[in-house]
Design a protein around this ligand. Structure first.
Ligand code: ACO
Length: 694
């Protein structure tokens, strides 16, 4: 849209634009127009080929006289000639110069996964450099949400009245954000919108002095006819057929899967036309030959061309779930492979089969209840635990399960989502949300197709039910977004939109697998902290200093000074001259387990003074063996509903038994002090972000 058209659109949505403006085609016309518009005025290039007018030298401000206006038009022409020689000049916009105010920015775009996204932040020519923006996906943005967006930017104090300046018109700003949100809802042809540079905010009202609107024919609504929700017990079957079972060790996938299935508490039916026995189990020539009890699931490890037939056989037997490990579909062959994939989908629809993969499906593992490892992972199945891990990468599953074994990390379920044609993230999240064994959900995501559905479903799980932690791959793709035509295009790249959507849905974003599982461990055992006041209890001065640094870095507040009553109790058993200034509580190097225990008792009696306790211990003779301290920490945790975080640092031999006691007591332990603060900080921030968005 040209600028006058953009202004007209904003006008329709009650967003104030410079009331006096005109399109002219020469310096003479500009001077005539300025007689009505008045001085000071602004002259801008009008060209369909120039997106960033200022960058091209196409904007002149502070014009006070007809002579200056003529000179400005000449300067613009010269600049465009030099900087954008191929750009067509269709005219100039002359508009009254808005009085100075706070320069802000409102924008929006349609994201391929999440649909409309509304952005707001500090504006002006340095908008990308400042990068002080906030976003909401899936408008309409409510009044409260718009007000929350306004309050959440770094420069908000400037709006609220900074160092004696008057507070600005927040209500007008919230209204404008809501109007932009409505515009995106009502006008599907609007692909991107930038009100920058800038949207100027005053003590009373605002003015959009520039606007850029990109129009694109609306994309046809994707035909996402989703199958109905998964049957509740789909993953809890007691009879599994493996088609493509192989007696050929050691590398055949059909052999490895069968070997992993040996732990399954139910019945396994190997299927292979050769018949015979494998691992002492009868092998059936086809699915039709499997005993009359209907299998609950079929795992498929035959070559791609055989998969449609296996699916048909499964349909005839009424098998409701297929786990297709086979590759070689659309991902390797856009023609033949894609056709095979369509065939599989059509058969699944015909027979009402839900399936994972193909391609990229490693299978699934449900350790509790079923001892089920239906993957070709290395033989060691994951430990039983309370985290459901749902991953778009099979390789990350194999690596992570291996990594988790030495760390005593356990899983309630591990799902490889494959390419999500049929069963997708939402299905698995719903399953994990309902599963009694699952306390936390960790996602590894590369791409979500129907972002809105994902976002809405995840939001139902996170705040009231179970913490969801996500690692989103593809951050580096943001580099590619920088070349986007609009500010919104570059600021709201795909990764940032995911970040915003996750934040809105209450999903915590982790930047690596280790952080994700630390957080899962913390939230799975302790739940969300009730507040952000922390106490640190330690005998190690060095770690006390580090703890203070990490607390500040990760947004944890050390509790305000402890009350006189609590200090008086602690004076009774601390050495004279102990560091009475909390934070942290340094009990000095000679403190044994007994002094820790007395401190815990005092903190239990005064638990209204704190929300999170970090207990920091190092390998030292005074608390040898550390298992005694761990037992006291378990008692401490039992007697408080506040978050207790174990930091038995070092990870050496001497700590192992202590860490096990903590784990059995459901207390997370961090061998790296900073990891503990990072995890607790993420949990605290999630609560604060959710409040901010309301
Ligand atoms: N019914 C039952 N069994 C059959 C049938 C049938 N209709 N047809 C063939 N078979 C048997 C074969 O006889 C063979 O058994 P055998 O070893 O006794 O001869 C077995 O099924 C497998 O068939 P092969 O032709 O030997 O195929 P192979 O094992 O070499 O490959 C596989 C099959 C593994 C499915 C392969 O096609 C494939 O897709 N590999 C990639 C798998 C993958 O990487 N998946 C993604 C994982 S996610 C991640 O990123 C880690």
């Amino acid at each position: 849209m040209s600028e006058p058209e953009s202004f007209a659109l904003l006008n329709d949505y009650s967003i104030t634009v410079p009331p006096r403006h005109a399109v002219v085609h020469s310096a003479a016309e500009a001077v005539t127009a300025a007689e009505t518009i008045g001085y000071p005025c602004v002259a801008k290039i009008l060209s369909p080929d120039i997106t960033h007018k200022s960058d091209a030298g196409g904007v002149q401000t502070g014009i006070h006289t007809p002579e200056e206006l003529r000179a400005s038009i000449a300067t613009i022409q010269k600049n465009i000639h030099e900087r954008a020689p191929d750009a067509a000049i269709t005219g100039f916009v002359i508009e009254e110069q808005a009085p100075p105010g706070l320069e802000l920015y409102i924008g929006g775009k349609r994201d391929p996964a999440f649909g409309p996204v509304v952005t707001f932040g500090t504006g002006g020519t340095l908008v990308e450099l400042e990068h002080d923006i906030t976003m909401r996906v899936a408008p309409p943005v409510s009044k409260e949400e718009a007000a929350g967006m306004v309050r959440s930017i770094r420069h908000y104090p400037q709006l609220a009245g900074y160092r004696g300046t008057a507070s600005l018109d927040e209500a007008a700003l919230s209204d404008a954000i809501q109007q932009v949100s409505a515009l995106f809802t009502n006008r599907p042809e609007v692909a991107e919108l930038d009100i920058n540079p800038p949207l100027v905010l005053y003590t009373d009202g605002l003015c959009a002095v520039d606007a850029r609107v990109l129009i694109r024919p609306p994309a046809a609504a994707p035909a996402l006819s989703r199958p109905p929700p998964l049957p509740e017990n789909l993953f809890f079957g007691s009879r599994i057929a493996l088609v493509g079972a192989s007696a050929n060790p050691p590398k055949k996938i059909g052999y490895i899967v069968l070997r992993n299935l040996l732990t399954f508490s139910g019945t396994v039916y190997p299927v292979n036309p050769k018949g015979g026995t494998i691992f002492g189990k009868t092998v059936y020539p086809s699915l039709a030959d499997v005993p009359p009890e209907q299998p609950d699931a079929v795992i498929v490890t035959v070559p791609n061309t055989v998969v449609p037939q296996v699916m048909r056989d499964a349909g005839v037997r009424g098998i409701p779930l297929a786990i297709i490990i086979t590759s070689g579909f659309r991902e390797t062959d856009r023609e033949g492979g894609a056709l095979l994939e369509q065939e599989v989908e059509a058969i699944a629809q015909e027979y009402d089969i839900r399936y994972t993969g193909p391609p990229n499906c490693l299978g699934l593992q449900v350790p509790p209840r079923l001892s089920l490892n239906a993957t070709f992972d290395p033989p060691k199945s994951p430990r039983i635990g309370h985290t459901a891990f749902i991953s778009q990468s099979g390789a990350i599953i194999t690596t992570l399960v291996d990594w988790s074994l030495s760390r005593d990390i356990g899983f309630s379920a591990v799902f490889s989502v494959g390419n999500q044609t049929n069963i997708d993230f939402v299905d698995y999240i719903r399953f994990a949300a309902a599963d009694a064994y699952t306390r936390t959900i960790v996602l590894y995501i590369e791409e979500i197709r129907d972002g809105r559905r994902f976002f809405e479903e995840a939001a139902k799980v996170t705040p009231p039910k179970k913490p969801v932690i996500a690692i989103k791959a593809g951050r580096s793709a943001v580099g590619g977004q920088q070349a986007a035509a609009s500010h919104t295009g570059s600021l709201a790249g795909s990764y940032e939109v995911y970040e915003a959507a996750f934040q809105q849905a209450g999903i915590i974003m982790a930047h690596n697998l280790s952080d994700a599982f630390s957080l899962a461990m913390l939230l799975g055992s302790e739940g969300y902290p009730q507040g952000n006041r922390a106490v640190v209890i330690s005998i190690a001065g060095g770690f006390c200093v580090l703890a203070s640094d990490y607390a500040e870095q990760h947004g944890i507040q050390m509790a305000p000074p402890l009350s006189d009553a609590l200090l008086a109790e602690m004076n009774a058993f601390m050495l004279p001259g102990w560091s009475r200034q909390n934070p942290p509580i340094d009990m000095v190097g000679d403190a044994g387990v007994h002094r820790f225990a007395l401190t815990f008792d005092a903190l239990i009696r005064h638990q209204e003074e704190w929300d999170i306790a970090f207990v920091v211990s190092v390998p030292t003779a005074t608390i040898d063996p550390p298992v005694h301290l761990a037992t006291e920490m378990a008692r401490f945790s039992r007697h408080t509903d506040k978050m207790v975080v174990g930091c038995m640092i070092g990870g050496g031999e001497s700590m192992t038994a202590g860490v096990r006691v903590l784990r059995e007591a459901g207390i997370p332990n961090f061998e790296e002090l900073e990891d503990a603060f990072r995890a607790a900080g993420a949990a605290v921030r999630r609560e604060e972000e959710l409040k901010k968005h309301l």
